[in-house]
Design a protein around this ligand. Structure first.
Ligand SMILES: [Zn+2]
Length: 368
């Protein structure tokens, strides 16, 4: 196993702390600082994964996803006139919100999405041209696109260098690459170190990998958990600024310490609910599954899980039925746990009126 960024065969094991052992063996390259999993999945296993587990769990409510898509489009519009970005491709386009919004701004769009359920939604609901599958399996189109976007994808791919080289070939000169990956920022429960992320990027390693593969970064932003870059393909070699592995390592330490505090706070919040009658959870996504791993939720007296995504209604999570939030209007429980990091404040605002009826809204995250 060699480093995907600099090719070094040396690796230093990262100590992620006792409770995190199950997240696997992450290593850091002592030469360039890249953080990667020493036992990454094969591309075949990735295909299987995205066809099964991934399909049901990742979707957020449509309204919220639209807000996210609009924020990204807003950002892109500052870099380039949107109308000049046809044709555009989104790799891992999920339900298609981003390219749907782009299409509404006169951009010719298409997408690739490994999840069958999500790619179907993109086709049926938005009428988008979306292929079900992995980007790496599609026929290559040389110098074709003016925009390629990938949000929370590059950390999942088995060989990010190969993927970036292919993107470089598929972009026209002067085209744009818009990338977002999770990083060691803001601490939510969902962990950046998990085997489904073969590579964990920080700003310097992502920038170096882009430069090494012929991209010039035009704009970089790090907000909490998210690292965004807009870059363009260049001809020939780009100067690479090699990261400092020691400074990255100290950031990992800080990240893990902060995350431990977050987990401790969540456990004590949930512990305080033991013995209280008639509770429920808002949010049937991955966050709730992570929560259950941290603190077995069967210790609580929970009646149901509410979620804004109609695709989940009537299904079960943690042995509880998933119900539409409208049913909360007739619900007379005592507490409702808001199980979402990214949308905690929005959900709290939407449900504030329940408190007048005596429902206690329980939040799990402290945000500055
Ligand atoms: Zn390296």
């Amino acid at each position: 196993m060699t480093c995907n960024l600099c090719g070094s065969e040396q690796q230093e094991r990262l100590d992620l702390g006792e409770p995190l052992v199950r997240t696997g063996a992450y290593v850091q390259c002592p030469t360039c600082g890249l953080i990667y999993h020493s036992l990454p999945d094969s591309i075949d296993r990735m295909r299987d994964f995205y066809h099964s587990e991934y399909a049901g769990e990742y979707s957020a409510s449509e309204v919220i996803s639209r807000e996210l898509a609009l924020a990204r489009i807003n950002r892109l519009g500052k870099a380039r006139a949107l109308a000049s970005l046809s044709p555009a491709l989104e790799i891992g386009c999920a339900n298609g919100e981003f390219i749907h919004e782009l299409a509404g701004r006169d951009v010719e769009v298409s997408g690739v999405e490994p999840s069958r359920a999500m790619s179907e939604h993109a086709r049926d609901h938005f009428g988008l041209e979306v292929v079900t599958g992995l980007y790496e399996d599609q026929p290559e189109k040389a110098a074709h696109y003016r925009l390629i976007a990938m949000f929370h994808v590059l950390e999942h791919v088995v060989d990010p260098t190969l993927t970036l080289q292919r993107i470089h070939r598929e972009l026209r000169p002067g085209g744009l690459l818009f990338i977002e990956v999770p990083t060691l920022g803001d601490c939510q429960l969902s962990m950046v170190f998990k085997p489904i992320h073969p590579t964990v990027f920080v700003r310097e390693t992502l920038e170096a990998m882009l430069a090494k593969n012929g991209f010039e970064s035009l704009w970089i932003d790090e907000k909490g958990y998210h690292l965004q870059v807009i870059a363009r393909p260049m001809e020939g070699q780009m100067p690479v600024t090699w990261p400092d592995p020691v400074s990255i390592r100290s950031r990992i330490k800080r990240y893990l310490a902060t995350r431990q505090n977050v987990m401790d706070r969540i456990v004590s919040t949930l512990q305080a609910l033991v013995g209280q009658k008639d509770g429920a959870i808002y949010g049937a996504g991955l966050n709730t599954l992570d929560l259950d791993n941290l603190f077995p939720l069967m210790q609580l007296d929970l009646e149901a899980v509410y979620d804004a995504d109609p695709a989940k209604w009537g299904k079960q999570v943690l042995g509880l039925e998933i119900c539409p939030p409208s049913e909360l209007e007739a619900w007379h429980g005592s507490y409702l746990i808001i199980s979402s990091y990214a949308f905690q404040e929005e959900i709290l605002e939407q449900l504030a009126h329940l408190e007048k009826r005596g429902v206690r809204l329980v939040t799990l995250y402290e945000k500055s």
